[in-house]
Ligand binder design. Structure first.
Ligand SMILES: Nc1ncnc2c1ncn2[C@@H]1O[C@H](COP(=O)(O)OP(=O)(O)O)[C@@H](O)[C@H]1O
Ligand SMILES: [Mg+2]
Length: 237
């Protein structure tokens, strides 16, 4: 992996609270995800998965350590970025279990909204949205209301939205939990295609047994410590 690109975490720790009641949720975690790579983050309940995702997503502040994103140091025993809101909006894509589309915007504008908020001209933002909708096979729904879409279509739109600002990293929290096996594997196929097409580093938090065999690399988290493992990397065809 080219040093600097993608996402790198070194010695990342997170302590909640202080004194006798302090909880060390992350203990010197190391992680590196290259552009184009999709890695799994798995571990039992309470092991620190959500805490790690929130630190990576600049939603909560780590206690110490270092994180770089797309070649830039964003945290080094303190934030190195002055506007974390802009960092989250422009440089990190989020995919959740539910699509959370905005019901009063059509499909195109759900995807175009983030580039527009990032200052792109409307025409350019919509063109980019349409390109992503095409890549995700939902361009025929571009002008539809979100409520007219099937669940699978809504999720593909939410993936297009996560890619809209071309972030170096996408964080996906249990993206396949409510889906049957075929649909879950379809989502993983899409995430892998998008990772390589747009050179995005994608981290998928999951305990979905259906998709775990698809990862080539897995970070297993136990009691706040990560262990890197080779996955089966089962082909997605
Ligand atoms: N806001 C918080 N305040 C105090 N402790 C927390 C907080 N959030 C999580 N924890 C604790 O940190 C540990 C890791 O939690 P979490 O990251 O939610 O794990 P997971 O997502 O793997 O279930 C757990 O012991 C949990 O109780
Ligand atoms: Mg959690």
């Amino acid at each position: 992996m080219e040093k600097g690109i993608g996402i790198h975490i070194e010695g990342l720790s997170k302590r909640y609270g202080e004194g006798d009641t302090a909880v060390d949720a992350l203990k010197e975690v190391n992680m590196s995800v290259a552009p184009g790579e999709v890695v799994g983050l798995i571990g039992p309940s309470g092991s620190g998965k959500t805490t790690l995702l929130k630190c990576l997503g600049a939603v909560i502040e780590p206690t110490r350590g270092r994180m770089t994103l797309g070649g830039e140091v964003i945290y080094d025993n303190g934030w190195k970025i002055s506007d974390l809101r802009v960092l989250r909006r422009d440089r990190i894509g989020f995919i959740f279990q539910a699509p959370y589309l905005i019901p009063f915007l059509d499909v195109t504008d759900n995807v175009a909204l983030l580039p527009m908020l990032a200052g792109r001209p409307n025409g350019e933002a919509r063109a980019r949205a349409l390109e992503l909708l095409q890549a995700l096979d939902v361009a025929h729904r571009a002008k539809a209301e979100t409520s007219e879409l099937s669940g699978g279509e809504q999720q593909r739109v939410s993936i297009a939205r996560a890619l809209a600002n071309r972030p170096p990293v996408i964080l996906a929290d249990e993206p396949t939990a409510p889906l049957d096996s075929e649909r879950a594997l379809a989502v993983m196929r899409i995430l892998n295609q998008m990772a390589s097409q747009y050179q995005t580093a994608i981290i998928v938090v999951t305990h979905d047994e259906k998709i775990i065999p698809t990862f080539k690399r897995i970070y297993n988290i136990r009691d706040g410590r990560t262990f890197e493992e080779a996955g089966e990397g089962r082909a997605l065809e």
